[in-house]
Design a protein around this ligand. Structure first.
Ligand code: OGA
Ligand code: NI
Length: 357
């Protein structure tokens, strides 16, 4: 598969459409894919629900508390593929600061933002679509994407220096705290699988990390479109900082889409496709999507924590038995992520392409 050099069509910033009277055709989903924002129609109404909450303070308690924390993690990963963490160690000031500086970025005059326009080659910079399929129906969102780790691929030319030099230091500090948190979660996930603590650390090798700041402008007809189409995250795990005041994230639970109620101060963690492969589907990545609304914009900051680009990822020997043969082929993350980059968000179809038979 070749990386596309350019977008197949001229890029339109969704932000410039926020005050339109109607959603342009390019963003209108077929009826079966539209969110059901009006309960009482034929489709099952989306519920609102609390994701399981994991209190990481439990890790520094006694043996019983540690065990209860592991059980909570294992239950959440099996039942939801998602959980919210509290007492995660990331400072409130940094979380609020990130929301603030990145909101300011999206408020800059368009010409200043355009200086950071991205291409499908690396996706780094200011973007308005995922996937390079010509004529694809697009999502109601703009974003800013940055590589953070390994440091050798950090490219400060792609980082905005505006609105304030603060934004760079803030994003760096946030990235460092999030890497620390992911180090803890890696251990917890490994132990919660009944494996030794270092299992995911070894499997990931020198990890990669990147950041996508998602900006969902308000939308004149939110029932016709989505901020982000159903997808599972291709990488290892994701930690999401959401807008506390504006809901939008929905997680698939059976046939329903559950609207996440963010807990102030919490971060949302979810399992990505690489952990599904490594655990031979003991833990699965779960589909999620974003709905938009007519009243207000929404900002979220997704921190993607991934295996090293060049290490082969395959079901771990510890989790493969004669009764449970390996479900997936061996592939590097570099090879795998091309699927997302070419095809865009497409439910859980990407992992289906790497099934072993
Ligand atoms: C993502 C994602 C959810 C959100 O960036 O992969 O699922 O609420 N974001 O923005
Ligand atoms: Ni996602």
């Amino acid at each position: 598969m070749e990386v596309a050099e350019e977008w197949p069509e001229p890029i339109v910033r969704v932000q410039t459409l926020a005050d339109a009277e109607a959603v342009p055709e390019r963003y209108i989903k077929p009826p079966s894919e539209r969110p059901n924002l009006n309960p009482g129609t034929a489709l099952a109404p989306s519920e609102t629900g609390s994701l399981p909450v994991v209190d990481l303070a439990g890790l520094s308690g006694g043996a019983a508390e540690r065990r209860a924390t592991m059980l909570a993690v294992s239950g959440a990963c099996r039942d939801w593929g998602f959980f919210q963490v509290v007492n995660h160690g990331v400072s409130t000031e940094l979380m609020e600061g990130m929301r603030e500086v990145w909101r300011e970025f999206f408020r800059l005059p368009m010409a200043e933002k355009q200086a950071y326009a991205n291409s499908p080659k690396t996706f780094e910079g200011y973007g308005s679509r995922l996937g390079v399929k010509k004529g694809a129906i697009l999502d109601w969102g703009d974003y800013f994407f940055l590589q953070l780790s390994p440091h050798s691929i950090r490219n400060y030319d792609k980082w905005p220096v505006l609105p304030a030099s603060l934004s760079r230091a803030m994003t760096e500090a946030y990235g460092e705290e999030l890497e620390k948190l992911c180090g803890v979660i890696k251990k917890v996930l490994s132990a919660s699988l009944g494996l030794d603590e270092g299992f995911l650390h070894r499997a990931f090798g020198e990890a990669g990390a990147c950041l996508r700041v998602n900006y969902y402008p308000k939308c004149p007809q939110p029932d016709l479109t989505l901020g982000l189409s159903p997808h599972s995250d291709p990488g290892g795990m994701t930690v999401l900082l959401t807008d506390h005041h504006v809901k939008g994230l929905q997680v698939r639970k059976g046939d329903d889409w559950i609207t996440v109620e963010p807990i102030p101060g919490a971060l949302i963690v979810n399992i990505g496709d690489q952990i599904q492969v490594l655990t031979n589907a003991t833990y699965k990545s779960v589909e999620h999507r974003v709905v938009v609304n007519a009243a207000t914009e929404r900002l979220s900051v997704a921190f993607f924590f991934n295996p090293n680009d060049d290490l082969p990822i395959q079901p771990a020997a510890e989790l493969v038995t004669p009764g449970e043969p390996p479900l997936y082929k061996r592939l590097t993350f570099k090879e795998y992520k091309l699927l997302m980059r070419m095809l865009g968000p497409a439910g859980k179809s990407h992992i289906g392409l790497v099934k072993s038979n």
